[in-house]
Design a protein around this ligand. Structure first.
Ligand code: AR6
Length: 169
């Protein structure tokens, strides 16, 4: 099993093979970490997303699924775009959040990535409670075969997120 690492910082500055983007179904950008990735990574990422939309992903990327593009000018080699579920207090969507992590790692393995970094998917615009998202993220990564990776890293943007993940780990 690959070690799970926690870092407080900016996902777009990670020198890893693949970073995971908390995207939306359109694949055409947005705010939060998605906005930062496109802003810093430059237009090649959006061009690659448009190509995906013109091909196999004509209807967009479904919640829980994952697909890779170039990372443009970012230090990473690839961006793996996944779509987290929007938090709901009336419906349990945990399995979709687990799917994001599982499917992103499967794409990373297919790419031959050795190092992978995740943000706290769904915990921003999509309002998932941080402690619960941390529990689902860490437990899903622990359940998957990660022996092909050197490290799986969670990059937490603020102290509250870092502490939530640390408590689970
Ligand atoms: N590095 C690491 N973490 C970050 C960064 C960064 N540069 N920027 C924000 N975060 P969000 P979501 C944290 O909203 O909830 C977009 O518009 C942030 O503090 O980026 O899955 C998409 O296009 C939070 O803890 O993603 C979708 O429409 C976490 O990343 C929608 O937001 C996730 O927050 C997706 O919402």
């Amino acid at each position: 099993m690959a070690p799970i690492e926690l870092t407080r910082g900016d996902l777009t500055e990670q020198h890893v093979d693949a970073i995971v983007n908390a995207a939306n179904s359109s694949l055409l950008g947005g705010g939060g970490v998605d906005g930062a990735i496109h802003r810093k990574g430059g237009p090649d990422i959006l061009a690659a997303c448009r190509t995906l939309r013109a091909g196999h992903y004509g209807k967009g990327l479904r919640t829980g699924q994952a697909v890779a593009t170039t990372a443009g000018r970012l230090p990473a080699r690839w961006v793996i775009h996944t779509v987290g579920p929007v938090w709901s207090s009336s419906e349990d969507r945990s399995s979709l959040l687990a799917d994001c992590h599982r499917n992103s790692l499967a794409v990373a393995a297919d790419l031959g990535a050795a190092t992978v970094a995740f943000p706290a998917i769904s915990t921003g615009v999509y309002r998932w409670p941080m402690e619960d998202a941390a529990r689902i993220a860490v437990s899903t990564v622990r359940e998957v075969d990660t022996s092909m990776f050197e490290v799986v890293r969670f990059v937490l943007f603020d102290q509250r997120a870092y502490e939530a993940f640390e408590a689970v780990l």
